[in-house]
Write a protein that binds this ligand. Structure first.
Ligand code: TMP
Length: 210
């Protein structure tokens, strides 16, 4: 357990189309069956302000947003999320499962948009202090496979509208972070079938918590 957290802070990460959100209910059930109170949430979002920022950041494609503004809005939504949901719930001893967190900022605004990693790290330190996820499941698949799956869903949002090389950079950044922090990350090979991915997720949770 991360020293700051009384509960458990679990984050799901990966590029679009890797299926992380569809495995969230099974992860929730796993912790509930072990008697934990579980809160599921997402970023950007998770609070009324965060959801409005999400709308601005992702849905309104006509809105011009420069890269620095995008970065700071992600952290503005996160500051609110930490203050209203994540910190109080961890203090209560809950398991908080967030569909995306700061690894996405390093990967998308850093790897994808090309903003300096140390600038992101400064904001991370400012907004989070020492708080980091206890466990991060990185759902990973080759970009072509993931984007084909994502394309089957509804309209692309402002960030999903990027070209292939953007997502290669995002994926590589996630993989580098996974290699740098092997004690926090578990990489889930998401190029397999839904059932195989779910089995891999559950076995990762069992290895970690049983
Ligand atoms: P999703 O929740 O459907 O994956 O969509 C969220 C989008 O927001 C996705 O394209 C990744 C992007 N995003 C960032 O660019 N930076 C961030 O810090 C976060 C949390 C998400």
């Amino acid at each position: 357990m991360h020293t700051e957290n009384k509960g458990q802070f679990v984050t799901l990460e990966g590029i679009e189309g890797v299926g992380k959100s569809s495995h969230l209910p099974a992860i929730r059930r796993y912790f509930e069956s072990r008697g934990h109170r579980v809160v599921t949430t997402r970023e950007p979002g998770g609070t009324p302000l965060g959801e409005r920022l999400r709308q601005l950041l992702l849905q309104d494609k006509s809105l011009q947003i420069c890269d620095d503004t995008e970065l700071m809005l992600m952290f503005a939504a996160r500051a609110e999320h930490l203050s209203q949901v994540i910190r109080p719930e961890l203090e209560n001893g809950s398991v908080v499962i967030s569909d995306r967190f700061t690894d996405s900022t390093f990967a998308y605004q850093g790897g994808g948009r090309g903003l300096p990693q140390d600038r992101i790290a400064e904001l991370e330190h400012w907004v989070q202090g020492g708080l980091r996820p206890d466990l991060t499941l990185l759902f990973d698949a080759p970009v072509e496979i993931a984007l084909q799956r994502a394309a089957r869903r509804s309209n692309k949002d402002r960030i999903e509208d990027q070209e292939l090389s953007f997502f290669e950079d995002v994926r590589n950044c996630f993989l580098r972070r996974c290699q740098m922090e092997p004690e926090r990350f578990v990489r889930i090979d998401s190029s397999r079938s839904y059932d195989e991915v779910e089995a891999a997720v559950l076995s990762a949770l069992k290895r970690r918590y049983e």
